[in-house]
Write a protein that binds this ligand. Structure first.
Ligand code: PAZ
Length: 304
């Protein structure tokens, strides 16, 4: 048995997994019938529980901005999107309102709260877009919290999309933990500080890109992201991933500059994509440019 098979054998499927699979199947079938391309966008960080009745867990920085913004741009390009995201992470469309909803409201006739004219003008196109996407049933929301929930959904989504290759792509922007605690080493109940210092040994998560590319979705257009903090390592690690897993594209980014620049790495070349000053001033998001480029490359892949 391969390491990844052992991982799935040791970790039960999340609750309602069968329902999520049925939803994905129906969603894909609908959009294949309507001759649409489909993108799976993964977004946000995974948790690694330290207890079975989880009070504490290991987490990471990702808020899901990249995945949520990219989802909107794939939808703008006519794609249907499966948005596989960390529960409570940033969500497409809603992200434009969440943090400023109270500032955007004012009292209207009869004491009813309504959006101020300025906010209303800003939100209207987003709201219209959202309503259109809803009416067309082009966005499927699936949530995960733990690493194991994420991996189960990722495998099922990839297998489902494989039926629709080459018109389906994977855009793996989630920040997935590289470490986990084996099931038999996780205590049932809350770890007690009265027992003294607690040592946890984290095991390496099997590299799921390997079965993903070679077994679950061999004909899909697969884009993975690589995050580093050390600039010197980025291209080397991105190229290494590409050579090892043989998928289509790695998008490299650095923690502190990820909103402004990314590097597209393929087997043949690497190219930097950086927001220009005027684009920053116009508040253009880098995800708009990333998704444009990914869609171009996917179009060529489909024609091939
Ligand atoms: O979620 P966010 O917008 O804060 O960050 C996006 C990101 C850095 C998690 C993403 O661009 C990325 O690099 N994901 C893959 C991380 C990795 O496993 O290397």
């Amino acid at each position: 048995m391969d390491d990844w098979e052992k991982y799935f054998a040791e970790h039960p499927a999340p609750a309602h997994h069968a329902v999520a699979c049925e939803e994905m199947k129906a969603f894909c079938q609908k959009h294949v019938n309507e001759k649409r391309n489909i993108a799976l966008v993964t977004s946000g960080g995974t948790t690694v529980p330290l207890e079975r009745n989880t009070v504490r867990f290991v987490d990471n920085f990702s808020a899901g901005t990249r995945g949520a913004a990219s989802t909107e741009y794939f939808l703008n390009h006519g794609y249907a999107v499966i948005f596989l995201h960390r529960d409570e992470s940033i969500r497409p469309f809603f992200r434009h309102l969440n943090s400023r909803v109270l500032d955007a409201l004012q009292e209207g006739p009869g004491g009813l709260l309504q959006l101020s004219p300025a906010h209303s003008a800003q939100i209207r196109p987003i709201w219209q877009n959202y309503q259109m996407v809803r009416a067309e049933g082009r966005l499927l929301w699936l949530t995960f919290t733990s690493l194991s929930d994420y991996l189960w959904l990722l495998r099922s989504a990839t297998q489902c999309l494989q039926q629709h290759a080459p018109k389906a792509l994977l855009y793996l922007a989630a920040a997935v933990s590289d470490f986990y605690i084996p099931q038999d080493k996780i205590p049932e109940h809350k770890i007690q500080s009265s027992s003294g210092p607690h040592t946890v040994t984290l095991q390496i998560v099997p590299k799921m890109l390997s079965p993903l590319v070679s077994i679950w979705g061999p004909e899909l257009f697969v884009v993975s992201f690589k995050l580093e903090t050390d600039e010197k390592k980025l291209i080397e690690k991105a190229t290494g991933a590409l050579q090892k897993y043989k998928h289509d594209l790695v998008i490299g980014n650095l923690l502190h500059t990820r909103r402004e620049e990314v590097t597209f790495v393929t087997e043949k070349s690497s190219s930097l994509l950086r927001l220009m000053e005027h684009q920053k001033a116009e508040k253009i998001e880098i995800e708009k440019l990333i998704v444009e480029e990914v869609c171009n490359r996917h179009r060529k892949y489909i024609k091939y």
